[in-house]
Design a protein around this ligand. Structure first.
Ligand code: NAD
Length: 240
């Protein structure tokens, strides 16, 4: 049986599969990832991206933070691709219990996924740091320079987990619970290099761990099935 046939059969048999993904899920939607050869980490900036998108940098130099963030992390015209759509379909069919994502682009929800744990937050939620007023991603994109609250003048911050910041504990607890109860764990489009997010897959306790990636990951030795390729193209070809 080929790898694709095995995955098709396992998905067909599953009742509470979980998908765990990262930036590679959205590259086929035109959003660059961080660690591919043409990803953000291999482009040149005045500071390394890890520095710019850190909590202390945000407070110290919000102008520069927002210059980078708006240009490189806010892709408001991007739409879901075949991977997002297939995962939404699997949930609708009662095969998939949840999506756990490191992405901040909201494309799983745009494709119709209902149960989504966003470990690193979302560009679609933004709050005034003083009065907590909510702002849309469009507001952030359109405003010149640092977005400020139209009511109190406070700086508006995206609800995105920056380096040095902790993950939201209820989101992590929810993700751990669905992963621990999963009958199949499908991991795709993530380098599994960002912690603590990557460590969550250690909560999966069964023997249907599937990895889909263009390149090897540190967890390849643990996988029961590895499919190498583009996740959108691969999932699109699975007929259930
Ligand atoms: P990463 O950039 O570290 O790794 C992406 C991985 O996906 C790589 O291993 C790459 O080979 C693989 N990949 C790229 N395109 C693929 C495709 N079409 N099919 C299969 N595999 C593909 O991403 P990460 O592990 O998610 O960690 C980076 C962090 O950056 C995350 O915390 C995330 O929050 C953030 N991020 C998010 C977005 C987004 O929301 N779309 C984009 C960039 C970065």
């Amino acid at each position: 049986m080929t790898g694709m046939e095995t995955l098709r059969r396992w998905l067909d048999e599953s009742e509470r599969a979980v998908f765990f993904g990262g930036a590679g899920v959205s590259t086929e939607s035109g959003i660059p990832d961080f660690r591919s050869a043409d990803g953000l980490y291999n482009q040149k900036y005045d500071y390394p991206p890890e520095t710019i998108i850190s909590h202390s940098f945000f407070l110290q130099d919000p102008e520069e933070f927002y210059r980078f963030y708006k240009e490189k992390m806010l892709y408001l015209d991007a739409g879901p691709n075949a991977a997002h759509r297939k995962l939404a379909e699997l949930e609708e069919m009662g095969r998939l219990a949840a999506v756990v994502t490191q992405n901040i682009d909201g494309l799983h929800q745009a494709a119709g996924s209902k149960k989504v744990y966003e470990l690193h937050g979302s560009v679609h939620r933004n709050y005034c740091m003083k009065c907590r007023k909510f702002f849309t991603a469009n507001y952030i994109k359109k405003v010149e320079g640092v977005p400020r609250c139209d009511v109190c003048g406070g700086v508006v911050k995206p609800d995105v987990v920056l380096y040095e910041e902790a993950l939201d504990s209820s989101t992590v607890e929810g993700a751990v619970e669905v992963i621990a109860n999963a009958d199949l764990l499908l991991v795709g489009g993530t380098s599994l290099a960002v912690y603590p997010a990557a460590g969550l897959i250690n909560y999966y306790a069964r023997d249907r761990l599937v990895l889909i990636n263009k390149t090897p990951t540190p967890y390849d030795g643990r996988a029961n099935l590895i499919l190498e390729g583009k996740i959108g193209e691969l999932l699109e070809n699975i007929r259930l």
